[in-house]
Design a protein around this ligand. Structure first.
Ligand code: ARG
Length: 293
C-alpha cells in the first residue's frame, strides 16, 4: 500500500506534531542532601497509622532500598551526606524530620513524640560539626522538612498532627521566609510531605483531600496550575517525592503521578521503599535538603 498522508510514518509524524508539547521545566539544580542509614530501623512503636509493631520488618531489605535511594540521588548529580544512626532511634532514617535548612540557617526539630526526641540532639551536633551557622533549635513542636517545605521564597507548612501553627511562626522568624500554614486533616497523611511535594519554586503536586477546605482553597489560589494527585497515588505515598527541579524521585507504585509529572515535562525516577513505608516513610522522608551550605 502506498504511503501518503494519513498512513505510515507521515501519520506518526502528524500525531507527534499534534501531541501537546510539555511546558519547559527549569534546569535541575545540584542539591546537597542529608540521609541516615537505616542501621537501627525498626517499627517498635506506633505513632502514625502506617506503623504496626507486630508486623516484621526486613532490615536487610530496608538497607538495600535506602542504598538504592542514595545511588539514585548521587546518579542525578547530587551530593549525599550522612549522619550517623544511633541505636534506640529506629526512625532516625527519616532525616527530613531532623531540621529545616534555608540559606545555611538551620532550625533543628523538636519532636512531638518522646520516642523520637533524641534525634534532635543528633542533628544539632551534626549541623554544628558541619559548620552551619546559626543552628537554632525549635522551642515548639516542629518536625522539620516533614512539615516545612521550602517553595521558592516561601515555606509551605503543615499542621494538625505534628508541627503546630505557633511553631510555623517561630520558623518564619528564625528562617526568614514567609510561612503559609496548611491544615492537614487525614491521619494517614500526618506530615505535609506525605501529601504535598514541591516541584519548583512556583510549582507543587498534592493530594487535596489531605487538607482542610480552607487550605484547599488557599492552595488552589497560590498554585492554580498544580499537579493534583489521585487517591490511589496518595495511598502508596506517591506525594512523598524529592524533586531537583526536573527529576521527581517517587515511589514506583505511584504510576499515575509519574505520568502526570511526565506530561508536565518532568522526569519521574521511580524507587521502591516498601520496608520504610511500614513506618510511614518514603523517599522524601529519608531526604533532608541542605540549602545554601
Ligand atoms: N515513623 C515516623 C514518624 O511517624 C515516620 C516519619 C516520616 N517522615 C516524614 N518526613 N514524613 O514520625
Amino acid at each position: 500500500m502506498p504511503e501518503g498522508p494519513g498512513t505510515g510514518p507521515d501519520r506518526e509524524l502528524l500525531t507527534m506534531t499534534r501531541a501537546p508539547i510539555p511546558p519547559p521545566v527549569p534546569e535541575p539544580r545540584r542539591r546537597r542532601y542529608l540521609l541516615c542509614p537505616p542501621t537501627h530501623f525498626a517499627v517498635d512503636y506506633a505513632i502514625n497509622p502506617w506503623m504496626d509493631p507486630g508486623r516484621p520488618v526486613d532490615g536487610a531489605a530496608a538497607e538495600r532500598q535506602w542504598r538504592r535511594l542514595c545511588a539514585v540521588l548521587r546518579g542525578l548529580g547530587h551530593e549525599v551526606a550522612t549522619v550517623d544512626p544511633l541505636p534506640g532511634l529506629p526512625d532516625m532514617v527519616f532525616t527530613a524530620n531532623g531540621a529545616t535548612v534555608v540559606d545555611g540557617r538551620v532550625l533543628v526539630a523538636r519532636f512531638k513524640h518522646a520516642e523520637r526526641a533524641g534525634e534532635a540532639a543528633a542533628h544539632r551536633r551534626w549541623f554544628a560539626g558541619a559548620g552551619f551557622r546559626p543552628v537554632h533549635t525549635a522551642s515548639l513542636v516542629n518536625e522539620g522538612e516533614g512539615d516545612l517545605l521550602v517553595a521558592g521564597r516561601r515555606i509551605l507548612a503543615g499542621s494538625g498532627f505534628r508541627t503546630t501553627a505557633p511553631a510555623h511562626r517561630e520558623a518564619q522568624r528564625l528562617l526568614g521566609l514567609p510561612v503559609v500554614t496548611l491544615q492537614l486533616v487525614d491521619p494517614r497523611f500526618y506530615h505535609l510531605d506525605t501529601a504535598l511535594a514541591v516541584l519548583g519554586d512556583d510549582q507543587i503536586m498534592y493530594w487535596p483531600p489531605a487538607f482542610s477546605a480552607a487550605s484547599r482553597r488557599l492552595l488552589a489560589t497560590l498554585y492554580p496550575d498544580a499537579v493534583r494527585g489521585a487517591a490511589a497515588d496518595a495511598a502508596v505515598f506517591g506525594l512523598n517525592a524529592v524533586c531537583d527541579g526536573r527529576h521527581v524521585v517517587l515511589p514506583r507504585a505511584a504510576t499515575g503521578l509519574a505520568a502526570q509529572v511526565h506530561a508536565r515535562g518532568y522526569r519521574p525516577v521511580p524507587v521502591e521503599m516498601p520496608e520504610l513505608l511500614k513506618a510511614g516513610g518514603g523517599p522524601k522522608c529519608c531526604t533532608l535538603e541542605l540549602r545554601g551550605a
